[in-house]
Design a protein around this ligand. Sequence first.
Ligand code: FES
Length: 94
Amino acid sequence: MSAGKRVRPVPETVTVTIDGTPGQAWAGQSVTAVLVSAGIWPLRRNPVNGQLRGPFCGMGVCLECEVTIDGRPGSRSCTAHVTDGMDIRTATHG
Ligand code: FES
């Protein structure tokens, strides 16, 4: 058994933009995790009744977490992982 100290690797940080505001995230975090940790829960509006919707299943099934990522609307934030320079747009207006 080694008597050496354990060294925890420091996660890499990346810069993302959320609705035009730049911020930091850990590389590899899910986009949902980044949004929720930033205090953003409603991510879109239901197209039928206009109700605000947010992440529900967290595994790519319910589609309630859809946002626009790097210009691609309808991107599931729970299955997407942040990368440096990612542009994330929620759709809660309108
Ligand atoms: S939270 Fe359900 S698909 Fe993303």
